[in-house]
Design a protein around this ligand. Sequence first.
Ligand code: MRU
Length: 344
Amino acid sequence: MFRTIEWIDGVNKVRLVDQTKLPLTVEHIETDSHERIAKSIKIMEIRGAPAIGAAAGMGMALAALESKAKSKEELVKKLEEAALTLNTRPTAVNLTWATRRMLNLAVATEGSVTGIIDRLIEEAKEIAEEDVRMCRAIGENTLPFIKSGYTIQTICNAGSLATVHLGTVGAVVRVAHEKYGNIKVYAAETRPRQQGARLTTFEFMEDGIDTTLITDGMIGTVFRDGRIDCCVVGSDRILGTGHVTNKIGTYTMAIVAKHHGIPFYVVAPMSTVDMNTRPEDVVIEERDPDEIRLINGTPVTVPDAKVYNPAFDITPPELITAIITDKGAVENPTEEKMRRLYES
Ligand code: MRU
């Protein structure tokens, strides 16, 4: 199981697994530049909402080290610029959550510039450690919904690689498998970036979990045939209304699950919950058309084919059986229940 990203003490560098190369080769990127981190997030060398939140936190610490600031005011200004540079993907709320947390800390901390920078480094490491703890809590909080012998359908990658370690869906599968020893997974391929094929199938198979890869279009047949006991998906932004933003195809999966009476669970840390945005105001990232026109660099259509490539979709609460976080579960989510969870 991967440690997706880590801070290297002593040299003050960040080390991350290059997910664009997986599963064929396991390569790492090491950098002391926040601009390099921003690039890694943009081109998806690191991806998954909690992982890019951790990367952004560490990127802010690198920016503080790079700043050569002589005063706190100068440091805060550099950090404001770095936050803008690091926010390269608009949909996952964890990214702005992490940069804001680092910026607020810099503003609130008194003392010398070097003292503030040391504090920022500790905070970036703490964001990563918290993520590992939150994932385990999500796995434990979801256990009551998973029975021995369950086959779990998932989409994209919400495993170890999408977080710092363990994963959100990854934790659900691993904690249940630790207990029962017989959990199975169906992974949807997840066009166009194939996170389900390249990452989820790879990491669960590495852990010895029985995993079956299907293309996204097979979901209806697989659900109708009774192969799936429940769906468990991650999220990039859970709204106070109970709407869930996640990888494109999640909404379709939720509709098909509802049609076949299959429970549909969403799992995420509280850092993914956004109580302030309405569904109509969520910015859905649209990515390069060539992600669809080409597969592994090979054209699969005419070069000028008109393409629509939204990376995420929004699933409404009426299709969701429960939203499960590190702080607890909300069954049949409503705005009122989400507020109670948030305030608790
Ligand atoms: O575009 P990606 O690969 O960053 O999308 C990731 C997802 O949609 C995940 O399901 C989500 O971030 C949750 S990860 C724990």
